[in-house]
Design a protein around this ligand. Sequence first.
Ligand code: APR
Ligand code: ZN
Ligand code: ZN
Length: 362
Amino acid sequence: MESKAAVALAKNERMIIETINVAPPQEGEVLVEIKATGLCHSDLHGMDGSWDFSTGFPGLFGHEGAGIVREIGPGVSSFKPGDHVLTFIPHCGHCPLCSTGKTNLCYASFVDFLETSRVDFDGQKLYPFLGLGTFTNFNVFREMSLVKVRDDAPFDELCYFSCGATTGMGAALHTAKVEAGSTVIVFGLGGVGLNVVQGARLAGATQIIAVDTNPAKEAIARKMGATEFVNPKTVEGDLAGHLNEISGGGADFTFEVVGNTQLMQLAFECTKIGWGKCTIVGIAPDEARLEVPPTMLVQGKSLIGSPMGGVTGSQIPAMVDLMMDGKIDVASLITDRLPIDQINEGYDKMKRGEGIRSVVMF
Ligand code: APR
Ligand code: ZN
Ligand code: ZN
């Protein structure tokens, strides 16, 4: 069948809006009509070549997709036409990684996605970013890359649970395991970082210091639960010293949600001696390296990374329930709804630091 899509022909080029071909679902695959797809910063990291993992050209980017199952391939047992679903990192259930229950990572994320691609444009197979590819009205996904969700939730908010909302809240709740009464510092208040703030609030943190170089982020950060806002550009002198002072000697939990190695080092430094935990959520370029004083590790500080908030697909419906019950606010973070024809303008806005999450609606 044909589908309207945004195709990235080459690295650093603007996407073109074209009609692509979608082949029928094969064994274990599902055809989904995408209703909404979020614009996440990770797609940009892929498009500009700073993150090679699961990226290829010509590519079909987008990994925050929510939609409706339209057709199932042979052997598909967990979905039927009409089901509402969202895309997520795969979970095969039997590989040496995901079968342990210790990680949300699965070896099915580390295969050649060109082989599983069912989309082509102009006679060339399109590389589906992260094995997904949601900047299209229709695409075929592996059954293990989809999560069934309740059908009364709005698609524009739902698609955010495919990555941004889940990664942010999961980093606070699942990876760091923020405790009630604790002190938290979040560096970077984009679509992911604001959900870390929200997750910390949900966990009962009493002091949540939100740090961003963009002063326009203060109001929304406070709405998500931040108790303080710090703009590094207006801090005179040593930023680490200032943050350690207002957090009472460092925070129990810090999060880096930008992808900047200097900020990661700072986030690690700003943890409390004895037990402070720094969680890395931002994606730095593959060749980047951190400089961490090992003595700080021996002082009991720890450093950990959070892949997709450490969340497995089966935990997402409960997060969607939190939204539907009004316990978390996702709607306030969706600042733009666009047709696919304006997807490049959506990314221009992200680069300028305007808005929080833009969503393409079909
Ligand atoms: N100090 C503080 N804040 C900064 C700095 C800095 N040096 N540099 C950038 N920021 C802020 C920006 O002002 C912006 O508010 O970080 C935020 C980044 O937000 P987005 O561009 O919306 O990115 P987001 O989608 O939240 O993703 C953040 O997490 O999952 C990863 O790949 C993703 O690496 C990316 C990161
Ligand atoms: Zn697996
Ligand atoms: Zn993402």
